[in-house]
Design a protein around this ligand. Structure first.
Ligand SMILES: O=c1ccn([C@@H]2O[C@H](COP(=O)(O)OP(=O)(O)O[C@H]3O[C@H](CO)[C@@H](O)[C@H](O)[C@H]3O)[C@@H](O)[C@H]2O)c(=O)[nH]1
Ligand SMILES: [Mn+2]
Length: 446
């Protein structure tokens, strides 16, 4: 029975973290989550990713620090490191929900976790590095503007002992470790993938009941390359610590391959229906239609998995090499259009607008799992040249043997920079951070 005034909430401030949010959202749908799915985004997220997110999430909500009260805004300018922290706190403003479960975008849900809604604010699992603190990657909270205001006030008055949300939330909800054991979520709701081996007998004993894996720390699943034929991440140079970690990474990538990549292709199908004759774009899987089917989960999966598929028949697509004109302003890499493993590059679709899927579609359990057939084409890096105002930050590189998500560092021209500022799209955390501006001034004055 869906409970519409409760929601699972995540956050993605850029296109790279959006890939994580998509995997998380699809993993919740695959596990038949009965609550609404909400993703908070910031202005940096490109229009294509907003459309793709709206296929998975019931609500895609843009939040902006600039909307916060002036005193917060000013304090923030002096404390740019609190940026993502304060953004996470926006989840308390979702007052059209009575209770929510926040999940970091780098988490993966392995079985249904609806029972978390039986808990109350503020419930979280211990942090593996300091178990008297909770980890802020998974928590139960109750939206409230009052609490939101108090949290912001706390942030400006006291900062955060780790410079981010986990320190702040731990000092705000400081009685968590002692007051009420019901607020301690079991570790299986927030198992850190990279510490699963530090107490291996416990992992042997309890590992099979893990419900949420959290890829906390500096290396995220999308930093790895994945071989879609073997179904495993490529290990060279990554220093993978252990087998459990690898299994979880493989699961993340399997979800990405089977539940997220098809969203890019189905997006393109919709575009085709809107403007027939402008069919295939970059990387269109045009040689064979994709087949909707249920995909068994890998043997290493520690829990019972269900992949929900819808009954929508795959739209037949022929290979029409002369029709590869979907987005004329973009360059295509030679050969890319016929690689069956290539979804359309995100760069192809800057003109996406604000298309959404109805929540009814999503209630069915998300898009079908597609089997993408390998081809004999040589590996192709599918890249394009997006229009400046929607600069995408990821490149999806696809080949028969390798899928990778790469962060793209895009240099904007001075005019584009100025326009971004004028539109209020300021990268406080990055190149517009005060320290960087100071450096520029210093250079100028020398
Ligand atoms: O550039 C960023 C960075 C973070 N996030 C969001 O913020 C979350 C937290 O960042 P993450 O990189 O996942 O941090 P962790 O490696 O998990 O590190 C820990 O420390 C963080 C800062 O205190 C906490 O937010 C985490 O919950 C905690 O697990 C992410 O999952 C995203 O939802 C973005 O959207 N964009
Ligand atoms: Mn995290």
């Amino acid at each position: 029975m869906p409970v519409s005034d409760q929601a699972f909430v995540t956050l993605a401030t850029n296109d790279v973290y959006c890939q994580g949010a998509l995997v998380l959202g699809q993993s919740l749908r695959n596990q038949r989550a009965t609550r609404k799915l909400v993703v908070l985004i910031t202005p940096q997220v490109s229009s294509l990713l907003r459309v793709i997110l709206s296929k998975v999430f019931d609500e895609v909500i843009e939040v902006n620090l600039i909307d916060s009260a002036d005193y917060i805004h000013l304090a923030f300018l002096k404390r740019p490191e609190l940026g993502v922290t304060l953004t996470k706190l926006h989840c308390w403003t979702l007052t059209h929900y009575s209770k929510c479960v926040f999940l970091d975008a780098d988490t993966l849900v392995l079985s249904n976790i609806d029972e978390l809604f039986d808990r109350t604010e503020f419930s979280a699992a211990p942090d593996p590095g300091w178990p008297d603190c909770f980890n802020s990657g998974v928590f139960v909270f109750q939206p409230s503007l009052e609490t939101h205001g108090l949290l912001l006030q706390h942030a400006t008055d006291h900062g955060s002992f780790d410079g981010a949300d986990q320190g702040l939330l731990n000092s705000f909800f400081s009685s968590w470790s002692t007051a009420d054991i019901h607020k301690h979520l079991p570790f299986i709701y927030n198992l850190s993938s990279n510490t699963a081996y530090t107490y291996s007998p416990a992992f042997k004993r309890f590992g099979s009941s893990v419900k949420v894996v959290h890829f906390l720390g500096p290396s995220k699943p999308w930093n790895y390359k994945y071989n879609p034929q073997t179904g495993s991440v490529l290990e060279e140079g990554t220093g993978l610590a252990n087998q459990n970690q690898t299994s979880f990474l493989n699961l993340w990538w399997k979800t990405y391959q089977h539940s997220v990549l098809p969203l890019y292709s189905s997006f393109q199908n919709e575009e085709e229906r809107v403007s027939p004759g402008h069919s295939a774009g970059i990387g269109e899987p045009c040689t064979k239609p994709a087949v909707g089917s249920s995909q068994p989960w890998p043997a290493e999966d520690p829990s019972e998995q269900t992949v929900v598929t819808d009954d929508t028949p795959p739209s037949p697509k022929g290979c029409h090499p002369e029709d590869t004109i979907g987005w004329p302003e973009l360059e295509t890499s030679a050969g890319a259009r016929c690689d069956p493993l290539s979804p359309p590059s995100p760069q192809c679709a800057d003109s996406s607008g604000t298309q959404t899927t109805s929540p009814a579609d999503k209630a069915e359990g998300g898009p079908s799992v597609e089997i993408l057939e390998p081809s004999q084409e040589p590996p192709v890096d599918v890249t394009g040249d997006p229009s400046p105002q929607d600069a995408l930050e990821v490149d999806l590189a696809m080949s028969v043997f390798e899928i990778s998500i790469e962060e793209k560092v895009k240099e904007l021209s001075p005019e584009e920079e100025r326009r971004k500022w004028e539109e209020g799209r300021i990268d406080y955390m990055g190149k517009d951070a005060f320290a960087r501006i100071q450096e520029k001034l210093d250079r100028f004055l020398q």
